[in-house]
Design a protein around this ligand. Structure first.
Ligand code: G1P
Length: 311
């Protein structure tokens, strides 16, 4: 199936209203989406990925305490303000991208956040990219692949997924797979943060989605779910269990998904971000290697301590 320009997906929604309590006190004042992932704030990585997928309109859903995101992306405060892209995105035609902001206040779950985008989306298919999930992939290509898979199928939802160890199931939306065909997984159900022994598979939603506007009807009907919040996963489950095609595309083995969610996952994201920067990576990698040697054997030199020879 070829994709005409008229049907090309051009809108994306970036939920960024969550309070980031698992990163307190780092995120008491600073939004977690502004936390550095290597040389750039997390939100910049997400926008770069959307730009690489030729998205031209982005709605960022912010919330209380999130004005730094608007200040970072746009010097003008306020709703529906236009933003210039950060300078490092020069390889993309930044004049083609417009960034808008709206507020979810108080935040009441990812389902409610996406529901805030109904007017922005209109009757077009659209991307959802979580502002605290960074995907490091060659040419920032993951969302592009997700879009291609969505637009060449009759799916009403296409989800990015990643393998997880079973004990991590309770941190993610986990998919149930009905069948696999040509690299796509047909989904029969999704469960938000199941206990490991209840998880329907070892594949978790990785924070990237493509939806048809049909999702809004399901969001409208949502009841409070896990954590007493309106869960996007429950709206997807409603689509999957009503005979609509919902499919998943896995991350490629070389693609990394990093989560600015808790201190451990954030620290990993920071290190990986540094290692992906061409100018910084060589010396940072060498430092890490020397540190690893020292951590394994404390008699080896500590790279952060300079010892002076008394002689
Ligand atoms: C959200 C979604 C979950 C998804 C995860 C990916 O959870 O609800 O389904 O797997 O993002 O990061 P959160 O991490 O916001 O609790």
């Amino acid at each position: 199936m070829s994709i005409g320009t008229a049907n090309r997906i051009r809108k994306a929604v970036v939920p960024a209203a969550g309070q980031g309590t698992r990163l307190y006190p780092l995120t008491k004042v600073q939004p977690k989406e502004m936390m550095p992932v290597g040389p750039y704030p997390a939100i910049d990585w997400v926008i770069q990925e959307l730009a690489a997928a030729e998205i031209t309109e982005i709605l960022v859903i912010t919330g209380p305490g999130k004005s730094a995101i608007e200040a970072h992306l746009d010097p003008q405060e306020g709703r529906l303000a236009r933003a210039d892209l950060p300078l490092w995105l020069t390889e993309f035609d930044s004049s083609r991208i417009t960034i808008y902001f709206t507020r979810q206040n108080p935040p009441g779950g990812l389902g409610e956040a996406v529901a805030c985008a109904r007017q922005f989306v209109g009757d077009e298919d659209f991307v959802v990219a979580l502002g605290d999930s960074v995907i490091i992939s060659e040419q920032a290509a993951f969302t592009r692949r997700l879009l291609d898979a969505h637009q060449t199928s009759p799916a009403v939802a296409t989800l990015g997924v990643q393998p997880i160890p079973p004990e991590k199931a309770s941190s993610y939306g986990v998919i149930e797979v009905a069948e696999e065909a040509e690299g796509r997984l047909v989904i029969s159900n999704v469960v938000e943060k199941p206990e490991p022994d209840q998880a329907p598979s070892k594949l978790a939603i990785c924070g990237r989605y493509v939806f048809s506007p049909e999702i809004f009807a399901k969001l409208n009907d949502l009841q409070a779910g896990r954590g007493r919040e309106l869960q996007l996963t429950d709206a997807i489950a409603a689509l999957a269990t009503s005979d609509r095609l919902v499919q998943a595309i896995p991350l490629a083995p070389e693609e990394l998904r990093l989560d600015v969610g808790n201190l451990v996952s954030y620290s990993q994201a920071f290190v990986r971000g540094m290692l992906s920067h061409p100018a910084i990576a060589p010396s940072f990698r060498e430092y890490l290697l020397r540190l690893a040697v020292h951590l394994q054997d404390s008699s080896q030199p500590d790279p952060d301590r300079t010892t002076t020879d008394p002689a």
